[in-house]
Design a protein around this ligand. Structure first.
Ligand code: DON
Length: 308
């Protein structure tokens, strides 16, 4: 049985899930993230046929963190031929924590996929090689995608990440030793940390990611963001690698392409229908939003959607 989406239905899902708050842990490995209240809960949905729904703290901005890895890949797809991208980064799930170095050494500096840190750093290295101002370009694209001009980076989060960048720097230098990282490490790390420090609300994220549900087109933008085939490919990567080592568990429970970030946000796509953004800062052991995933699980059961 399926239920029609409206704001009340979304609010009732949040009420059902709220008791889970307290069972996860707000990310504390970056001090600026540890200061966010764990009590937040939000959902927003933008549909291909022009509707928008939301409930909870859906207007409040938070650090989108690794959700930005999808956007940097999309920008790279706009600037590099397919073969060049996939020569440097793979398309398979890693089954490892997002910041692991283990596989990278064994696999000679080629990251498993663009959504683990190593893969996103290679993508940022590519952007540094082709764009004159990669940080500004990302802001322009995100502002255009959600139609809102004051989207910005959180300088405190970006700085905090840079001050705790030992592991990401190690990843970048290891790739450099294998010849898979071409630009200055500190410059690329700064770009990567700024992308992670993008501040957006669930309402903005759902609007910004709608092109992935709509064959690469944002309804309000004249030119395609990416081709229908590329949108299908990005969704496939999200389905297999968007939730880190919990991709299988997430496919089982929710059944949609999705990407999470340690700020507690998750974006999920129902191809041809809608983009969904949820937010709850407390994370499970893999680094995915504990209550956010539960919200997606209830929603997909209620509306009867899954790609499987
Ligand atoms: O690289 C880092 O440590 C973070 N700025 C990004 C981490 C992130 O969101 C991974 N996701 N779950």
């Amino acid at each position: 049985m399926t239920t029609v989406i409206d704001n009340d239905m979304l609010a009732s899902i949040l009420t059902d899930v709220r008791p889970l708050i307290g069972q996860g842990k707000v990310a504390d490995y970056i001090p600026a993230l540890a200061q966010v209240s764990g009590n937040k809960l939000a959902i927003a949905i933008s549909t291909v046929d022009g509707h928008h729904f939301s409930a909870g703290d859906a207007d409040e901005r938070f650090s989108i963190q690794s959700i930005s890895k999808v956007l940097s890949l999309v920008v790279a797809m706009n600037h590099y031929p397919e073969e060049e991208i996939w020569l440097r980064v793979g398309k398979d799930p890693s089954g490892q924590p997002f910041n692991s170095l283990l596989q990278l050494e064994i696999e000679q500096g080629k990251p498993r996929n663009p959504f683990i840190n190593a893969g996103a750093l290679v993508v940022c290295d590519m952007l540094q090689g082709r764009l004159s101002a990669p940080r500004m370009r990302m802001l322009e694209i995100v502002r255009q995608l959600c139609g809102i001009q004051d989207i910005a980076y959180d300088p405190v989060v970006a700085r905090s990440e840079f001050e705790h960048s030992a592991r990401n720097a190690a990843i970048a230098w290891l790739m450099k030793s294998f010849g898979n990282f071409h630009n200055d490490v500190a410059t690329v790390l700064q770009n990567y940390f700024h992308y992670c420090a993008l501040k957006m609300s669930c309402n903005e994220l759902a609007r910004a990611f709608l092109f992935l549900a709509n064959q690469g087109r944002a309804p309000h933008i004249h030119h395609p963001i990416i081709s229908p085939m590329q949108a299908r490919q990005v969704n496939a990567l999200m389905a297999t690698s968007g939730m880190y080592q919990n991709a299988g568990e997430f496919a089982w429970r929710v059944g949609l392409p999705a990407k999470s970030g340690v700020g507690g946000g998750v974006v999920a796509i129902v191809p041809h229908e809608m983009a969904i953004a949820v937010w709850s800062p407390e994370l499970d052991e893999a680094g995915n939003s504990l209550a956010g995933v539960a919200v997606l699980e209830r929603l997909t059961q209620k509306i009867g959607r899954s790609v499987y």
